[in-house]
Design a protein around this ligand. Structure first.
Ligand SMILES: Nc1ncnc2c1ncn2[C@@H]1O[C@H](COP(=O)(O)OP(=O)(O)OP(=O)(O)O)[C@@H](O)[C@H]1O
Ligand SMILES: [Mg+2]
Length: 358
């Protein structure tokens, strides 16, 4: 699976661009502010129908235009190619798969699963827990299609219980509890199973990238795991009423990485932290592939910043072994040229929003 063609209209400073990416490595280079991240943003829109930089999609539209369009052809294993189209105009997002309008962003995500590492991703292990929950849930979502409906039911029950807590309607709070406890417990179980399965892949990639073998991932349920979620909801009702929301549950869940039994975020260097985040993401992709799930593409924005030459070589080698379509950006083409993989690759130059194959 991978992106065969991409057409971009009015995404940031890219007014119009068309690329035909290589099946494996795509190196994108250009000066600061040339439009490299904008190009990755366009690809990300194709697979997620959202931006990784702005929650407000109107910010993505080129200053001189009133809409943006991204469309492309994606090859699928054992199926015909799929065309995906994303258009944003007057506050409305329209997503199409093979010319048919689709309502759910999940359909797009299943059609073209992608993962990105961008400068903010490197805070995965030391920023707030939201980014780590998204990491786990992306993994579970792609591995187990049943997770989406469980997640939605959990969110609905949580929203309803929170509304009842805010309005201080005790009966209503109790009505939503069994459903919240039931789906919340499954969400936590899915995350646990997922991380358990991910561990060997993470160990393997961490050893390849960092030479670290004594490494662990620990999950935090979002409540005291000595009790069931049902018990916890029941005993915390008074406090929740006072606060006006559900304080405990998978929406407070988290994960941590320990290196030699110490919290990685407090001990390893910045470059090592960056490599650990890469290892986590690459482990996810490897595991998906080993489970015969499709992977659309893997993107790394600004890979070479802060990484030394040897680290960069190791990342390239790992990416080569992963055998997925990759998009990498850097300001300097030399940072790729010394270590070009033997496999199929293309270079793209971006200059003031104009993308050309180099
Ligand atoms: N809505 C918009 N319309 C037009 N231009 C925009 C818009 N939003 C941002 N820009 C500009 O687009 C340019 C490209 O930004 P982008 O982040 O893609 O650059 P980059 O090549 O990734 O740079 P860097 O190497 O610094 O990361 C910037 O100069 C930015 O100011
Ligand atoms: Mg950039």
């Amino acid at each position: 699976m991978g992106l065969l063609t991409l057409d971009v209209f009015n995404v940031r400073n890219i007014v119009k661009a068309r690329i035909e990416p290589a099946a494996q490595f795509n190196f994108i280079y250009g000066l600061n502010g040339s439009g490299k991240s904008a190009l990755l943003e366009a690809i990300f829109l194709m697979g997620r129908a959202k931006s990784f930089r702005s929650t407000d999609l109107s910010k993505v539209i080129n200053f001189n235009a009133n809409q943006f369009i991204v469309s492309g052809k994606v090859s699928q294993a054992k199926k015909n190619n799929t065309t995906i189209g994303i258009q944003y105009h007057s506050g409305q997002l329209v997503t199409r798969i093979d010319q048919q309008t689709v309502k759910s962003k999940a359909s797009i995500a299943y059609c073209f699963p992608l993962q990105i590492i961008h400068p903010k991703s490197y805070r995965t292990l030391d920023a707030g827990p939201q980014i780590r929950r998204e990491f786990m849930d992306w993994g579970v979502f792609n591995l187990d299609p049943a997770f989406l409906s469980i997640w939605r039911r959990f969110k609905t029950a949580l929203t309803q219980r929170n509304a009842a807590l805010k309005n201080k309607v005790l009966n209503e709070v109790r009505v939503w509890e069994p459903e919240l406890a039931y789906y919340g417990t499954i969400v936590q179980q899915c995350r646990c199973d997922y991380l358990e399965q991910l561990k060997p892949y993470f160990l393997l990639v961490s050893e390849q990238l960092l030479g670290i073998t004594e490494i662990e991932i620990k999950i935090n349920a979002g409540w005291d795991a000595a009790f069931t979620y049902e018990q916890v909801l029941h005993t915390s009702i008074e406090k929740d009423l006072r606060y006006g929301y559900t304080r405990l549950g998978p929406h407070r869940g988290d994960l941590s990485v320990l290196v030699q039994k110490r919290q990685a975020k407090d001990y390893v260097s910045r470059g090592q932290l960056k490599m650990l985040v890469l290892a986590l993401s690459m482990a996810q992709v490897l595991m998906l592939k080993e489970n015969n799930q499709q992977m659309g593409c893997f993107m790394i924005d600004d890979l070479t910043a802060e990484l030394d030459r040897r680290s960069k070589e190791k990342v390239f080698r790992c990416l080569d072994d992963m055998n997925v379509q990759v998009f990498l950006t850097a300001t300097d083409p030399e940072s790729f040229k010394n270590d070009l993989p033997k496999g199929n690759h293309k270079m793209f130059h971006v200059e003031q929003g104009v993308v050309t194959e180099a």
